[in-house]
Design a protein around this ligand. Sequence first.
Ligand code: URP
Ligand code: ZN
Ligand code: ZN
Length: 477
Amino acid sequence: MTTTLITGGTVVNTTGRVEADVLIDGETIVGVLPPGSELLGSDLKRTVDQIVDATGKYVLPGGVDAHTHMEMPFGGTFASDTFETGTRAAAYGGTTTIIDFITQYPDQRVLDQYNLWHEKAAGNCAIDYGFHQILSDIQPESLTAMDELVDEGVTSFKLFMAYKGVFLSDDGQIFRAFQKGAENGALMMMHAENGSVIDVLVEQALGRGETGPINHGLTRPWQLEEEATHRAIMLADVADCPLYFVHVTAKQAAMQIAEARGRGANVFGETCPQYLYFSLEDQLGAHSAERGEFEGAKWVASPPLRSKHEGHQDFLWKALRTNEIQMVSTDHCPFCMKEQKELGADDFSKIPNGFGTVEHRLDLLYQGVVDGKITLERFVEITSTTPARMFGLYGKKGVIQPGADGDIVVYDPNGHTTISADTAHMDIDYSAWEGFEIDGKVDTVVSRGKIVVQNDQYLGRKGDGQYLKRGTSQYLT
Ligand code: URP
Ligand code: ZN
Ligand code: ZN
């Protein structure tokens, strides 16, 4: 077993920062010690196998990205990152745990899909991984499967109010699943957009010959996210179950969540870097001479980017600061332009939906610290500690303390990162984040005691990552 000492850095937890050395024995943190510990002169020095010099740097708990879609079958193709490429890219960016969504379509059995996801991930992941389960068109068999999955450590279930005929469940189906969640302690997750109305708007836009990517956003207005968010909160109220909103984009949806929390409901929200940084206007202005209007396909995801003039982005940053929104995940679901996004060249509704961001989440959120939008401790909270607590991993993940897994990011506040598809490691032929400048840099990444990234080199191996059988959420009363 390797013993690792991370020395000279500033250890940051949600509770504050302290100059300390971190000792990892094998896979587990065994000590947070006084800096430059005199202990180094004695027994400890003899037993330490590797030292990571973190002088002048932050020592952070490894990132937990609770929303990824590796190899997801979607939009007539598959998300371009496999578990192998996607988790390696995540490691480069300081994420040491992902929670990926098992995808179930209406003609598939939930438990078959659960087994399939294990087959896809086992032996391929660079970092630890857990699963949520997507439930489409919920039938009695899916409700039974929910009990079995909770026993397997899949303790959260995503339902959809959009994508009719693909993922959508109607209100009655959603309500039954909510009742099951209330019974078995699972955390219910919601994609909140009013799919029936979106389908009408899409049909009408296409009928008018409006086929370009920008129409994706124009046919999914914020009112339809707000309405669905409100409706889901009311259904959860009646079912008395906790509810977590994925990828919140609209200020008004965030306000619905804040209002519910204000009256004591177990309602939570995540947002994603793309909704903090990009707007509908960015997408509109992204036309290139070469690709023309279709360049905007790079920024097609659901829910869509929101208009800058309506203030959604600023509101979401504020909501993160004030805990109206609890955390940030990536919704990593990359599709190449070539042969994937291009499927929608003549019809925006056929553009596969999603961004590739798993590698950049920590950098993009750290920039929020530099820009004074969140504190360093809050950065740790929204990228690591809260996701771990929300999804039953805390103690092992999300904190630097004895007994936790040795998942550490040494982050250099004096370093610099320029994001580019040329240097990123995700399997995607462009970067929506091209040219973003970050005033910081991932220096070293340790996953369960093993140095997996250092000096921009990947030192891990596929299969290092283990399945995480999760407990239930710590936030539920
Ligand atoms: O556009 C998105 N968000 N793609 C991934 C699937 C989902 O709804 O999370
Ligand atoms: Zn979704
Ligand atoms: Zn997603």
